[in-house]
Ligand binder design. Structure first.
Ligand code: GDP
Ligand code: MG
Length: 160
C-alpha cells in the first residue's frame, strides 16, 4: 500500500518531450532535462535517437499540408534528438507551460523557449499538446520495454 499513489484523485498523465536536434547540437540537453526533473515530474523513458524520415512525418502528420512541413521534417531528422517520456498529475499542460510559446520570441522569459531560443524553426523542444497525444506519441517513439514503471524516492515529499 503506497498512500502517495492513491491519495490523489487527480488523473496521472504522460507526455512525450523531445529535445530537437538544435537543442542537442547546442549542448542544452542537461539544462532542458533539469527543468522537468526539478519541477517534480517522473522520467519514465529516455534515449538519444536518430529519427527516420517516416517517423518524423508520422509524428507531425497533422501539419503535413503546411508550407513549412518539408523544412520541419528536414530539421527534426538533421541530427540526434533526445526522446523522453514524463509522467505526473497535469504533466501535459504543465510541460507546455515550461516549454513556452511555439515562437520563441513570444515565449515568456523563464520558459525553455523563452530563455534558450529565438526562432520557430529552431525552437529546441517538443511537448505533446493533449493527454491523448501524450500516449500516442510515447507509443510512436518508444518500445514497450523502454518505458519504465518505478517509484521515485521523493514521491511522498512531492505530493500529499
Ligand atoms: P508546438 O506544439 O508548440 O511545437 O507547435 P506546433 O504543433 O504548431 O508545430 C510543431 C512544430 O513545427 C513547431 O514546434 C516548430 O518546430 C514547427 N513550426 C510550426 N510553425 C512553424 C512555422 O511557421 N515555420 C516553421 N519553420 N516551423 C514551424
Ligand atoms: Mg504541437
Amino acid at each position: 500500500f503506497l498512500p502517495h499513489l492513491v491519495a490523489s484523485l487527480e488523473q496521472v498523465d504522460v507526455t512525450y518531450i523531445m529535445i530537437k536536434p538544435d537543442g542537442v547540437q547546442r549542448g542544452l540537453v542537461g539544462e532542458i532535462i533539469s527543468r522537468f526533473e526539478k519541477k517534480g515530474f517522473k522520467l519514465t523513458g529516455l534515449k538519444l535517437f536518430q529519427c527516420p524520415k517516416e517517423l518524423a512525418e508520422e509524428h507531425y502528420k497533422d501539419l503535413s499540408s503546411k508550407s513549412f512541413f518539408p523544412s520541419l521534417i528536414e530539421y527534426i531528422t538533421s541530427g540526434p534528438v533526445v526522446c523522453m517520456a514524463w509522467e505526473g498529475v497535469g504533466v501535459v499542460a504543465s510541460a507546455r507551460k515550461l516549454i513556452g510559446a511555439t515562437n520563441p520570441l513570444q515565449a515568456e522569459p523563464g520558459t525553455i523557449r523563452g530563455d534558450l531560443a529565438v526562432q520557430t524553426g529552431r525552437n529546441v523542444v517538443h511537448g505533446s499538446d493533449s493527454p491523448e497525444n501524450g500516449k500516442r506519441e510515447i507509443g510512436l517513439w518508444f518500445n514497450e520495454v523502454e518505458v519504465i514503471e518505478w517509484t521515485p524516492a521523493q514521491a511522498p515529499w512531492l505530493m500529499e
